[in-house]
Design a protein around this ligand. Structure first.
Ligand code: BEZ
Length: 209
């Protein structure tokens, strides 16, 4: 059965480029991004892992740990790492899971046989500090993901967890947000700055954080 938003992220113990990891112990009370790539020594994947390494400060600022997975061996992951550094200018700074027996790939339904072979598609799971799955993305093998978008959604989830707001289309951190429709006009006016009521249920306010 596929995993859904709000489900607990299944735990696993695996070999990674940073040694053996028990996933729940490793992430502890951080947020986590678990993402799969189809194969080592491939071009799009090389750009994605380099970009992820470049965003380390952004992930750390959001209390978020990152971990990659593919069905390749640990030996392949270690052999590929210098290529990623040379091609993108970014040394790997997060673990890559070696999943040749497909433990993680099958647990998280990352292998989609209709997509050609038994390698993983480009799946993303964002998991919160209580181990709940909060975001899933699935991209085809030929399309690299936008990791700025992953940071943007984490920003939104962390903001909307803390305040009675949601974030509108194309929102980016610092932009105006939407007061919860369950709040009365009086509560919105008392709680937020610069209220703009477009309809009774669409009230833009300044970011309260
Ligand atoms: C790539 O990373 O370039 C790639 C990997 C598998 C299938 C298609 C593209």
């Amino acid at each position: 059965m596929s995993l859904r938003l709000g489900d607990e992220a299944p735990n696993f113990t695996v070999d990674t480029t940073s040694g053996e990891i028990d996933f729940h112990n490793w992430k502890a009370d951080s947020w986590a991004v678990l993402f799969s790539h189809p194969a080592d020594f491939t071009p799009v994947c090389t750009t994605e892992l380099g970009r992820t390494a470049a965003l380390r400060d952004g992930f750390e600022a959001r209390n978020t740990k990152v971990i990659a997975v593919s069905v390749d061996s640990l030996e392949d992951h270690h052999g590929w790492a210098p290529d990623i550094a040379a091609a993108t200018g970014n040394e790997l700074n997060f673990p890559i899971i070696a999943d040749p027996d497909r433990t993680v790939s099958e647990l998280y339904d990352m292998i989609h046989p209709g997509e050609g072979d038994t390698s993983t598609v480009r799946s993303v799971f964002v998991i919160d500090p209580s181990n709940k799955i909060r975001l899933t993305l699935t991209y085809p093998k030929s399309t690299g993901r936008n990791f700025d978008e992953i940071l943007r959604v984490i920003d939104s989830m962390q903001l909307t967890d803390a305040h009675s707001v949601s974030t509108p289309v194309d929102w980016v951190a610092g932009g105006r947000v939407i007061a919860a429709p369950t709040l009365s006009t009086e509560d919105v006016t008392a709680t937020f700055q610069n209220v703009e009521e477009l309809t009774p249920y669409l009230r833009f306010v300044d970011d309260p954080s």
